[in-house]
Design a protein. Sequence first.
Length: 303
Amino acid sequence: ETTRHQGGGGGGGGGDDKRKRRHQAGAEEQGGGVGGGGGDGAGAGGGAGWRGLDPLSVGYYRRVGDRLTQGFEDEEERVMFVENVLAEVKGKAKLVAMDKTGSVTLQQLLPLASLDQVGAVLAELGAVEKEEEKKKKKKKEEEEEEESSAAVGFKAVSCDRCGGHVVESALRQMSRWTDSPEEESEAGVLETQVLALSDAVRREPADFIRHTHGSHAVRTLLHVLAGCVAPPRADTRTAKPGGPSPPAPPADYEAPVSFWYEFRSLSEVLMANVNVSVTDTLASVVFQVMLSLSHRKRPKLCR
């Protein structure tokens, strides 16, 4: 079925080899369809409450996902491919992340992207559309509302069944920041966005920790801030009949100093909302994760 889709979904002519070369070079011709404009693209943009990608875009991201599973012959090819796909994602990252096919593809793509690129994607996921901002903003409280609008943006995507997985994937990439001097120099944007997400959670903790998908995002955030990365949660759509295997223990990494301070601030907010944690199952798990991480990584917070 995948072969049939790859053979027929590209618009005809040229054969499979030509299509692969076109994807490796950035799939610019396919990207024109993803960009939208009028017609189908306008339908995917969020009118009438429908948040999915149009069929042409779904086909594009499915082919990107298929290409990612094949691997790359060299580093240059990988860098070019990732760069061109992210160029297509730019400006519509939230729409792609909150689509089932787009979400899976972004989760495959982010580990191959530079930390600077991951940070840019996460920044867009946390942004609020300009039209929505204009309705809510008043000149008098411009600065405060800018911060709260970021909270709204992160909450929308973190509490989405598909978008939440993308947010978690982006957070996990922070553990790469000490892998090389190049990664460390590019980590600034991502570090800022991780802190911005934590700030959004501190502003509206109950909305995040009581939500099925939002609570998972907060648990991943706590791990990253504490200096360890837990394995990705299993995708129930691809689970094996025998059930999921036991999760691997979190892998430690050297977190930026700013994360230690933010972990303390977020923990204090969760402690202040302990009444929510003892009455809600999802929030209770978040609270347990926070206590466990504090005991293992920051024992001073347990005193």
